[in-house]
Design a protein around this ligand. Structure first.
Ligand code: FES
Length: 279
């Protein structure tokens, strides 16, 4: 009885796991239901295996070839009892199969969240050659907006703010910059611009320390060296912040000279592709 009960509890807990996942009930409910499903399934198997194993040794003598009537009756009773046990075993076997099936369904259910592979759209942002930099109020950024050591968050003009468009703009004396090859003309008048989305887990990299020219992510303390292409020098970030090439127009306004040097945000979106510029 308790074996059947354990398998039933396991099935119900697996159904609860699927429901908790579907309703986005939180990791506590997911953990509880999965633990209940696995625990009750294990308990049921353990109880069942104990019942199947003989617990005493016995010896049967064989001197009498023709059993007396009494023994024949006992044999018939034992046989009937065995048939009942076999029928019960069939029921338990069915319950075990159902519990395993429910558990299997519950564990593959989250695979539905994987969805289609991210497309190349993740590699494009709102930045293009000729797009002006604007502040959060939509004002264009002039080349005299910041003093050396100043920092401001900017966005591409004419586009609703999106997380992967955010750029941290910093002004640094040109002679202090030591950027990767090919980026010499990306920093007019000392303006250097990087994606504000941390390459570790996507937090906004908003803390700037002018002494040492470091950008810090508040989530897990990733630290990026601004003068050397925002390479990570501390913490869990796996690669540098993508850099935005800049230019200044005839009116002294800052604009983008292209899109970022690499994909924005956490590294998992790269999906093993090689050869990204600046990566
Ligand atoms: S998200 Fe920036 S360090 Fe983790």
């Amino acid at each position: 009885m308790r074996v059947a009960l354990a398998f039933l509890v396991s099935m119900l807990a697996s159904a609860g796991f699927i429901a908790a996942y579907q309703l986005d009930a939180g990791t506590q409910w997911l953990s509880l239901t999965l633990a209940a499903a696995l625990g009750s399934l294990g308990a049921g198997l353990a109880w069942w295996s104990r019942r199947l194993m003989p617990h005493e040794s016995s010896e049967e003598g064989r001197p009498i070839l023709v059993p007396p009537a009494e023994e024949g009756r006992e044999t018939a009773e034992t046989f009937q009892a065995g048939r009942r046990a076999i029928r019960r075993r069939g029921l338990l076997g069915g319950l075990l199969a159902a519990a395993l099936g429910a558990l299997g369904l519950g564990t593959v259910w989250p695979a539905r969240s994987l969805g289609p592979a991210p497309s190349s759209g993740l590699r494009q942002t709102g930045w293009r050659e000729g797009v002006y930099l604007v502040d959060e109020r939509g004002n264009r950024i002039a080349s005299d907006t910041l003093d050396f050591g100043g920092v401001v968050t900017v966005f591409p003009e004419g586009r609703d703010p999106r997380a992967d468009d955010q750029v941290v703009l910093i002004r640094i004396p040109l002679e202090d910059l030591d950027l990767p090859e090919g980026r010499a003309n990306w920093t007019p008048e000392g303006y250097v611009a990087y994606s504000k989305v941390c390459t570790h887990a996507g937090c906004p990299v908003g803390l700037y320390q002018n002494v040492g020219y470091l950008l810090l992510c508040p989530c897990h303390q990733a630290t990026f060296d601004v003068v050397r292409g925002a390479i990570p020098v501390f913490g869990p970030a796996p690669r540098e912040l993508p850099q935005l090439p800049l230019a200044v127009d005839d009116a002294g306004l800052l604009l983008a000279a292209g899109d970022f040097s690499g994909p924005v945000g956490p590294d998992r979106w790269r999906l093993g592709e090689a050869g990204d510029a600046g990566v």
